[in-house]
Design a protein around this ligand. Structure first.
Ligand code: AN7
Length: 371
């Protein structure tokens, strides 16, 4: 099953990436994350979590960031910039630190999880909080990068998706085939697009239109790894669900701040993914997202952040409804670690437990209530 490696994803998949044979990788040994069987949550299917929270900065963004920062370094860049709901800023800050670059990060004031903010601060990013949301920040970043000497490392940087496509390779290698369904949370829709590109290359299929987003760079197909491609399913939070509304959402809102995005940057490619894979988008309420996050942690021992749980919440509902067929193999991407957002986790479980005297009797009393 799992393939263990001590190299980062650029060295693991260099032949399948648009990068020179000798370009030194800016790496923190990202990728090679575990594919964990979730046997309890949905016994009628073979359900797996791809636990991307175990990347070096705690999210899938590291896959894209190792590529984007490696290429920026190769081009002699001194500074990178991004807008972020939190995880991109944490990852950009870490990889920029490693490459000796300045990272500028634009974040929506008060709307990024505490762990992510701590990361950007500790890695020495220049943090600019804006009185606006992610979409406002993204617009500003695009404008600023036209004239300032900064490289954008949001997912509109095509190397980001190239790095992120490697998650699909790992899944195919671990399963020995592609899953029947792949479920992801969707914000900018970069990751769902990247996975489709990865599966398409793994299956040796030429010419997905989604690849145009990556400048048509399908030249490094490598050896074929699988025969089929999965149905791609994207889940959004109801308050931030532009794909369900059919248009951008002006004031997106959700407890899952990572996907509090109203104007997805990969809108067109995501529609291509939906069409080519026969997939769909759906939406989850905040309560459904948090309930799935809690079940994953309490029943399977896997702690992910709220946005990530949207993939499992949606998959469970669609399995129940028969939209995802019984007997199929289903992979849900858990995009970020639960420790990213301790405040939301604590708010869900306000009762810390008993407080008793430090005596054997008192503690035994407390235990016996549960034995
Ligand atoms: C945990 O960090 O956009 O659909 O600025 O952090 O590829 O955007 C984060 C996105 C899902 C959505 N899960 O992925 C950012 C940012 C988590 C995330 C998504 C994000 P895309």
């Amino acid at each position: 099953m799992a393939f263990f490696t001590t190299e980062g994803l650029i060295d693991r998949y260099r032949q399948r990436l648009p990068i020179g044979a000798n370009t030194p990788a800016v790496t923190l040994r990202e990728g090679s994350t575990p594919l964990i069987r979730l046997a309890k949550l949905a016994p009628s299917v073979a359900l797996y979590a791809k636990y991307e929270g175990l990347n070096p900065t705690g999210s899938f963004k590291d896959r894209g960031m190792t590529m984007a920062v490696t290429k920026a370094a190769e081009d002699g860049a001194k500074a990178v910039i991004c807008a972020s709901t939190g995880n991109t800023s944490a990852s950009a800050a870490a990889y920029a630190a490693r490459a000796g670059m300045t990272a500028f990060v634009l974040i929506p004031e008060g709307k990024i999880a505490r762990g992510k903010l701590a990361q950007a601060m500790m890695h020495g990013a220049k943090i600019i909080q804006i009185r606006g949301n992610f979409d406002d920040g993204m617009q500003l970043v695009k404008e600023l990068a036209e004239t300032l000497p900064v490289t954008i490392v949001n997912s509109i940087n095509p190397y980001r998706l190239q790095g992120q496509k490697t998650a699909a390779f790992e899944i195919v290698e671990d399963l020995g085939r592609a899953p029947d369904y792949h479920c992801l949370p969707v914000g900018n829709a970069g990751n769902i697009t990247a996975h489709w590109i990865g599966y398409t290359e793994a299956a040796g299929v030429q010419g997905t239109k989604a690849c145009l987003h990556c400048h048509g760079d399908c030249s490094q197909m490598g050896i074929k790894l699988c025969d089929e491609r999965p149905v791609m399913v994207g889940y959004q939070a109801s308050g931030s669900a532009p794909f369900l509304r059919g248009e951008p959402v002006k004031s997106p809102d959700t407890v899952a701040t990572a996907i509090r995005i109203g104007n997805p940057q990969s809108w067109d490619p995501a529609l291509v993914v939906q069409e080519e894979s026969g997939g769909w988008f759906d939406e989850l309420s905040d309560d459904e997202i948090l309930a799935a996050q809690k079940r994953l942690a309490a029943e399977e021992g896997v702690f992910c952040e709220p946005a990530s749980a949207a993939s499992v919440a949606g998959a469970l509902r669609d399995i129940e409804a028969g939209k995802i067929k019984a007997g199929s193999t289903v992979v849900c991407t858990l995009t970020g670690h639960g420790l990213k957002d301790p405040d939301t986790a604590m708010a869900q479980t306000p009762d810390v437990g008993s407080l008793v005297d430090a005596t054997r009797e008192a503690v035994e009393d407390a235990l016996s209530a549960h034995l």
